[in-house]
Design a protein around this ligand. Sequence first.
Ligand code: GLN
Length: 255
Amino acid sequence: MKKLKAVIAVCLAAAMVIPFAACSKSNNKVIMSTNAQFPPFEYHSGNKIVGIDVEIANKIAAKLGKQLDIRDVDFETLPNEITSGKCDFVAAGMSITDERKVNMDFSDPYFDATQSIIVLKNSPVKSRTDLNGKTVGVQQGTTGDTYCTDEDKKADIHVKTVKRYNKGTDAISDLIAGRIDAVVIDDFPAQKFVQNNSEKLVKLSDALTVEHYAIAVKKGNKELLDTINSVLKDMKSDGEISKLVEQNKSALENG
Ligand code: GLN
């Protein structure tokens, strides 16, 4: 009995200490998780991670009076970063979906996007319905993956095989090597990938979905969400987000 009490006491003590330990590590830091393979929203430049989401995250950190730390992980593990408390927020060009809303709370949207289709220049795939029966490359765990895999049977297109990659660039390499028929990925990175391989690749004018990017926090973290929303509101109303998007667009155009 004594032993049992001691065990219970230790467990209770641990239960009290662990949440504090988890909080204290982020006392003067705010931690963002992302997948820095998604230009121009987040990507590596030298030994730094930069991009539109990083600019927004820096503003959030400044508003909180904290230093920004960035964790770069696989896209599909991002929801787990939030639920397990490894980060305070996810900024990763992440689209709001009902499925994701079950496990995390989303800020107001800050960017509208679509899923685009990239093919080789001489490809017989010329429209969205041409994807029927084809082998398509996607980034694992993204909305492009969900759409092509069609687990909820909502999509109007039935591809034959979905090949999942951790990096969009790996999907593009397989497309160029002729191992897959198309890559489905968000419009902005699609433009960047096509532009980097403009002799070989084209982006179709057909898109697959309409989506909205938002920043995600742990369910119920209203305080942080309010701060994020106020930063986004300011950045939208003073035109800063559009400016960042335009800058990055012209950076895309100028190569
Ligand atoms: N917008 C897509 C999604 O939310 C992909 C984002 C990404 O690859 N970073 O699933």
